[in-house]
Ligand binder design. Structure first.
Ligand SMILES: Cc1cc2nc3c(=O)[nH]c(=O)nc-3n(C[C@H](O)[C@H](O)[C@H](O)COP(=O)(O)O)c2cc1C
Length: 355
């Protein structure tokens, strides 16, 4: 057993968090993680309010262990989502962006632990000053929307800057990584790509196989999809968007619109809902219609891969770590293996010191 400020704070057996992944981390994956002694997080940004309500009750029915809901603090219906978290007695609320101090206080008053994701030291300092309970600091090798600082530099910097538990993310997959994170001053690790590649993850096998086949250089950070840096698997579609110049941007936009139209039927989303989701994916409020269209397209493309099982058409967020992963264990097998390896690693290090 490894006890850290994170295991103490969240009441979990192991300092391992399953990071939020839109369309991937629903009740099944989150509950499997929590049942294995980690902390599972439901990704709610791609869910409607009703879907979130159902996801909370399904997760609670699948596990007695603590779990959390990840949400966007700037979502138009954030207050209702918080209401569902409190009413559902969800132990942890995690935020993709900094929640305001009043929001943190309201959740804490209701007994909910608050965690915010950060990609830079100044963001960690800001939310720590506002009273957040813990931060997930994600380095640039991570999957999805990311910052520019690599994990090996971000974690020691953030851990030295704040007094609250820091959960290290971006590139973790094994017990050695957990020990390295602890050495940098973190209180645990969060993993996205590694949990996507488990037998408990709901993603279609055809899509998982594309991730497993990717090498360490198989991902790319692109701003061509929704205007902000997004690490995804390098596919023909992404290569095309990346190569396109200014003229190509217009073509890319048209193609984005075409894709959106093609997937609208499959996704069952209305244009209005698509645009709502697209807007919600953007951090800035001042968007051109072109940007909104591109952002609106992102969840549709993610959904095509993650829900509809179409790696050829969809967008696959992925950390670089996909290049080091070649199996699909259950969450229980994964966490058990990580903890066993971390134990061996600590023993080895202790032996080095006494030798
Ligand atoms: C398929 C996928 C989907 C993701 N979706 C979200 C999301 O909806 N919201 C979010 O805040 N982060 C999202 N992320 C980022 C993860 O929460 C986490 O920061 C990242 O996976 C950590 O890096 P790793 O993949 O190297 O473990 C996603 C990541 C992946 C791989």
């Amino acid at each position: 057993m490894i006890r850290t400020p994170l295991t103490e704070l969240a009441g979990i057996r192991h300092p391992v968090v399953q990071a939020a992944m839109g369309y991937v981390s629903g009740p099944r994956l989150a509950a499997a993680t929590s049942n294995a002694g980690g902390l599972g997080l439901i990704a709610s940004a791609t869910m409607s309010l009703d879907e979130l309500r159902d996801a909370i009750s399904e997760t609670a029915s699948r596990t007695d262990a603590p779990f959390g809901v990840n949400l966007r603090a700037d979502a138009p219906d954030a207050a209702e989502r918080i209401g569902l978290i409190i009413a559902g007695r969800v132990p942890v609320a995690s935020f993709a962006q900094a929640p305001k101090p009043e929001l943190i206080a309201a959740l804490q008053d209701a007994g909910v632990i608050t965690i915010a994701s950060v990609g830079a030291r100044r963001h960690a300092e800001k939310v720590a000053g506002w009273g957040i309970d813990a931060v997930i600091a994600t380095g640039g090798e991570g999957g999805g929307h990311i910052g520019a600082v690599p994990t090996s530099l971000l974690i020691p910097q953030v851990a030295a800057a704040v007094d609250i538990p820091v959960i290290a993310a971006g590139g973790f997959f094994d017990g050695r990584g957990l020990v390295a994170a602890l050495a940098y001053g973190a209180a645990g690790i969060a993993m996205g790509t590694r949990f996507l590649l488990t037998s408990d993850s709901p993603v279609a096998d055809a899509v998982k196989q594309v991730y497993l086949a990717a090498g360490l250089t198989g991902t790319v950070v692109t701003t061509r999809v929704d205007g902000v840096p997004h690490r995804v698997l390098r596919t023909t579609m992404v290569d095309h968007l990346e190569r396109a110049g200014r003229a190509g941007q217009v073509a890319g936009l048209l193609r984005a619109a075409g894709n959106a139209a093609a997937f609208r039927g499959a996704s069952g989303l209305s244009w209005r809902e698509m645009l709502r989701q697209g807007r919600a994916m953007r951090r800035d409020t001042e968007l051109t219609w072109g940007q909104v269209l591109m952002a609106a397209n992102t969840p549709v493309l993610l959904r095509a891969a993650m829900v509809d099982g179409r790696p050829d058409l969809g967008l696959m967020s992925s950390g670089q770590v996909t290049g080091l992963i070649d199996d699909l264990p259950s969450c229980a097998e994964l966490i058990e293996a990580i903890m066993a390896e971390a134990g061996r690693c600590l023993d080895r290090l202790a032996a080095v010191r006494t030798a």
